[in-house]
Design a binder for this molecule. Structure first.
Ligand SMILES: NC(=O)c1ccc[n+]([C@@H]2O[C@H](COP(=O)([O-])OP(=O)(O)OC[C@H]3O[C@@H](n4cnc5c(N)ncnc54)[C@H](OP(=O)(O)O)[C@@H]3O)[C@@H](O)[C@H]2O)c1
Length: 265
């Protein structure tokens, strides 16, 4: 198997129109990867593509994709294949959360979030795996520190990220002799479009707190992916919290998250 030089490598990044995905696009382009950017915000991605092409002299393809629809992920795969692109990195990053009590949330919104945060990750991984096996490629899935315990006030979101972490670790193990690596990036609260989208303004989780930037998280996550690390949690406090959850009774862990996430005025 010949190894592709970085300049022949192409990465797909979902959720590249803002936040961590946008910052990851800079990391990949800096290393010479050609890029495919996918999200709904085409204007933002086109501006990013222009900047990356100018700065790093890489080819960037922008594809409009609504990945919380039933056919969104398969349509994106078909579009990329129709362009003759073979991936050597897949970044399943698009995702969002929603703050509030489960009894008050709209079922259709929760199901759409589950489609994006979980189903799309599985569909894209399944459909692009032949590419990644052929190129001995890399998968980077953006999970969260939410993956390590239940999350009152963001119940469905936390559960989706547990899914992403579990799925990533399991397939990393299955793929260990193939040359394909799988990394679950598990950031804690990070400054991005996430807080507004999730309506987190009144949550103790972020109110009055200084959050790491998307650029800081993306750089660390990118390096973890290059090392082939299976699970990477940026930041010592986040790492320590996640580790402590292993030894904390589940009830207590849930209570702690409830206090840390509670609505405050
Ligand atoms: N920020 C945090 O505190 C934090 C912490 C842990 C994990 N994460 C995870 O990090 C990932 C990136 O989020 P972020 O923090 O960078 O937030 P962000 O700035 O809001 O970015 C989210 C990205 O997902 C895309 N997206 C949302 N809905 C989509 C849809 N229906 N179809 C296609 N793309 C869609 C958005 O693009 P369009 O709106 O243009 O479609 C955007 O590019 C998510 O998986 C999130 O769960 C975030």
């Amino acid at each position: 198997m010949t190894t592709l030089s970085t300049s022949n490598k192409t990465a797909l990044i979902t959720g590249a129109s803002s936040g961590i995905g946008k910052a990851l696009a800079h990391q990949f382009a800096h290393d010479g990867y050609q890029l495919v950017l996918a999200a709904r915000g085409v204007a933002k991605m086109q501006a990013l593509a222009d900047e990356l092409q100018r700065t790093y002299k890489v080819t960037v393809t922008v594809i409009a994709a609504d990945l919380e629809t039933h056919d969104g992920a398969a349509g994106l795969h078909a579009d990329i294949k129709a362009r003759g692109i073979v991936l050597s990195a897949l970044v399943n990053n698009a995702g969002y959360g929603a703050f509030g009590e489960f009894k008050d949330s709209a079922l259709m919104s929760e199901l759409a979030m589950m489609q994006l945060n979980m189903n799309t990750v599985v569909v894209l991984t399944k459909l692009f795996l032949p590419d990644l096996l052929a190129t001995r490629g890399k998968i980077l899935n953006t999970a969260s520190t939410a993956a390590f315990q239940p999350g009152p006030y963001m119940a469905v979101y936390y559960a989706t990220k547990s899914f992403v972490l579990s799925f990533s670790e399991a397939i990393a193990s299955e793929l260990e002799d193939t040359g394909v690596t799988v990394t679950a990036l598990c950031p804690g609260p990070t400054a991005s479009g996430f807080q507004d989208k999730a309506d987190l303004g009144n949550s103790a989780l972020i109110k009055g707190k200084k959050l790491p930037t998307s650029e800081e998280v993306a750089e660390l996550g990118y390096r973890a992916m290059q090392r082939g690390q299976r699970v990477y949690i940026p930041g010592f406090v986040n790492w320590a919290m996640a580790q402590s959850m292993r030894f904390t009774p589940r009830n207590l862990a849930t209570k702690v998250v409830k206090i840390l996430t509670r609505p405050i005025s």
